[in-house]
Design a protein around this ligand. Structure first.
Ligand code: SAM
Length: 289
């Protein structure tokens, strides 16, 4: 179980990303200078610290959208994992950062550094469903050459802005707007090889006219990914979908990917609130040789 502990630093309060409380179907989080109150159906208990919720700067409701004392139209910047990331209140209730992914940052750095030590050349990493670029930038800063793929042009532009804000505008990243499945198949035909693949697929998504469904498409995508890797490559698969349990995820990985004994690690992704509440946020599967 990974407990994501908030980074607190009295001298650099902007560093602070923390789950403050969860309950009654909602989550309350500090993202730097703003406290955000959003729906989260899996938060089924009562809030542990009801008074904290009055501090929210922004609140999202499915019907009303964003309300609150901060201007939801104005982006802001947070420091996380040694990067500077722009956050924005999106129409779907997101902010451009999935804080549970911070728990995978050190592991990605370890994998990239191990490849560089072993082969003496930069590790080639493919990041699929790469969103606003957190793990792309973590890997690039550790010395990887990264291929960043997301179907949404807006997400790729946002990730590039995060690279600039983080001083990584010149890092060796290929920024690609494409469907993950189509891209991986074409890379296989081009005989490209990667040292590691990161995937954070949503339950459901769109790429042009193609629809992505985790349920139906994950197995084929994992198999296609397995055709792209050199022996000893690493894999990080995160999934956040209720009803897609760990056994099924493990099974999909084992069917598609060469897993050595002891080479597969399953981690619950959850955030522990400063109030003591915990929020389950899915599962990470890490595969190493
Ligand atoms: C990071 S994933 C979402 C995972 C997330 N942690 C969650 O809770 O569901 C979402 C990203 O996948 C992208 N996406 C959706 N369908 C895609 C597809 N077929 N190919 C590539 N990217 C896709 C979206 O544009 C978005 O940036």
């Amino acid at each position: 179980v990974v407990h994501h502990r908030p980074v607190t630093s009295p001298t650099r309060p902007i560093d602070e990303i923390a789950l403050l409380d969860a309950g009654a179907g909602r989550r309350l989080e500090r993202f730097g200078e703003r406290v955000v109150d959003r729906p989260h159906p899996a938060a089924i208990l009562s809030p542990a610290a009801p008074r904290l919720w009055r501090d929210a700067d922004l609140r999202f409701d499915r019907d009303a959208g964003w309300t609150g004392r901060s201007d939801a139209q104005v982006p802001w910047t947070v420091a996380a994992a040694g990067l500077s990331l722009e956050l924005r209140a999106t129409d779907s209730g997101g902010v451009g950062l999935f804080p549970e992914q911070l728990a995978n940052g050190d592991w990605v750095v370890d994998q990239v550094e191990a490849r560089i030590r072993a082969q003496g050349t930069p590790a080639a990493v493919l990041n699929l469903f790469a969103h606003t670029g957190l793990l792309t930038l973590v890997a690039a800063r550790a010395g990887a050459t990264v291929t960043h793929v997301d179907a949404a042009r807006t997400a790729v532009a946002w990730a590039r802005r995060n690279a600039q804000l983080s001083g990584l505008a010149e890092a060796p990243v290929r920024w690609i707007v494409d469907d993950a499945v189509g891209f991986v198949r074409r890379e296989a035909r081009r005989r490209r090889r990667y040292d590691g693949i990161l995937l954070d697929p949503p339950a459901y998504g769109h790429a042009g006219r193609r629809t992505w469904r985790l349920d139906a498409d994950l197995g084929d995508l994992l198999f296609a990914c397995s055709q792209l890797v050199a022996p000893g490559a690493f894999l990080l698969l995160t999934a956040h979908t209720a009803g897609f349990d760990d056994d099924r995820l493990i099974d999909e990985v084992r069917r598609a990917w060469p897993v050595t004994p002891g080479g597969l690690e399953v981690r619950a992704l959850e955030l522990e609130a400063t109030s003591g509440a915990t929020l389950p946020l899915g599962t990470a599967i890490r595969v190493t040789a």
